[in-house]
Design a protein around this ligand. Structure first.
Ligand code: MN
Length: 136
């Protein structure tokens, strides 16, 4: 059965690009254009994976993951950050926030499906107490 990926991204162009690549690779997609919508769709639909933009107006990616990791319905979702920051230390900050992995923008159209396959294959979950991702 096709895995479902929720794309939470405020930039229309990026969202459409992500949807097109993922659909082409056989995934089902759902879309939200802001953090609030993303959080409620994640709770309602329980996707196999969430692609979460960090920089969004209103509720940003960091705030959205905080809400999702606290909720008993969504705390163990696989959530990948989409980031355009190129600063040192961001990786640590993103993983410390509870993201399972991250993808830098601009989106590499070959890297994206590889990453999706990798994270969906591995049994990943997040320790509820510590927000730390555990693999295997
Ligand atoms: Mn954005």
């Amino acid at each position: 059965m096709a895995k479902t990926i929720l794309i939470v991204e405020d930039n229309d162009k990026n969202r459409i690009l992500l949807r097109d690549i993922l659909t082409f690779h056989g995934y089902k997609t759902m879309e939200a254009s802001d953090g609030e919508e993303g959080v409620s769709l994640a709770k309602e639909m329980k996707p196999d994976l969430v692609l979460m933009d960090i920089q969004m107006p209103g509720m940003d990616g960091f705030e959205a993951i905080r809400v999702l990791r606290k909720d008993p319905m969504t705390w163990n979702l696989i959530i990948i950050a989409l980031t355009s920051f190129a600063m040192k230390g961001d990786r640590e900050k993103i993983l410390a926030a509870g993201f399972n992995d991250y993808l830098a923008k601009p989106i590499d159209t070959r890297k994206l499906p590889q990453l999706m396959e990798k994270v969906l294959k591995v049994n990943v979950h997040v320790e509820k107490e510590t927000n730390v991702c555990v693999r295997g």
